[in-house]
Each structure stands twice: as structure tokens, then as C-alpha cells.
Design a binder for this molecule. Structure first.
Ligand code: ZN
Length: 140
């Protein structure tokens, strides 16, 4: 088995900004030269997530953000705000709920994603951020 680790750097706008990383991840898997295995996609930080979604405007620009606003509203008196004078308690909770990583298997160097399933970075923070996403390919 072989392991390679690469980074993707992304500037986000925050506020549930959703960025499609599928092409970059597929390219990293292809460049690894590995035929079969799994790729781990992980974002560093406690106010962003990696997940999969159908990357279409309804979900990406509206539905996903509204869904999470119902679960962890922006405007709520979180203890986190009292502790740090922050306004991003909702971002921390949303990021914990959605999670920091996904694992996607690949065969013949191709990700086994559905046609309408994209790998995305979601930035929940309440400002623009520079994000580092680690892409670790494990396989043979
Ligand atoms: Zn915070």
C-alpha cells in the first residue's frame, strides 16, 4: 500500500459558502498513480466541513444554508459568544454536525461518486477565510 498527501488551498466567503472540490480531488487521485483505494478529504479548522451534495443552485445557494439555519440559527445567544466575543457559535456547531471529512473509494483511478454527487467544502464561518484541505490517497 502507498500513501500520498496533498493540499488544496481555497479562499472562501463564509456564511455557508459551498465550493466544489471534485475535480481537484479526482486529479490528485489520478496523479497518485494508484489504481484502487480510498481518498480522505479533510478540512483543517472548527468552522468548516467537507461533505457531498448535488452541486446545483437550489441546494448550494439556498436549501443547505436554510436547513442549517433552522438547526443552528446564526442569531442565538450561544455561550461561545460570551466566552470569546465571537459571533460564530452557529458556525462551530454546524461544522461539528456536518463533520470535517469524507472518505471516497476509487477503482481504476476513478472516484466511485454518483453522477449528482460532488465533494464540497462548506465554510460556515462569519467572514472570509483561507482554507487548507488535505487530500490523502491510500491504495495500491
Ligand atoms: Zn468561534
Amino acid at each position: 500500500m502507498k500513501v500520498t498527501t496533498k493540499e488544496i488551498r481555497v479562499r472562501t466567503r463564509g456564511f455557508t459558502d459551498i465550493i466544489d472540490l471534485t475535480k481537484e480531488v479526482q486529479e490528485i487521485v489520478r496523479e497518485s498513480g494508484l489504481r484502487e483505494g480510498s481518498v480522505v478529504v479533510f478540512v483543517r479548522g472548527s468552522t468548516a466541513s467537507i461533505t457531498t451534495i448535488e452541486y446545483e443552485p437550489g441546494l448550494v445557494k439556498k436549501d443547505f444554508a436554510e436547513f442549517l439555519e433552522r438547526i443552528a440559527p446564526y442569531d442565538y445567544p450561544y455561550e461561545h459568544h460570551k466566552m470569546w466575543g465571537d459571533d460564530n457559535g452557529s458556525a462551530h456547531l454546524r461544522a461539528s454536525l456536518v463533520g470535517p471529512s469524507v472518505v471516497v473509494p476509487f477503482v481504476d483511478g476513478r472516484l466511485l461518486l454518483g453522477t449528482w454527487q460532488q465533494i464540497v467544502l462548506v465554510d460556515f464561518d462569519t467572514r472570509s477565510r483561507d482554507r487548507t484541505v488535505f487530500v490523502q490517497v491510500l491504495g495500491s
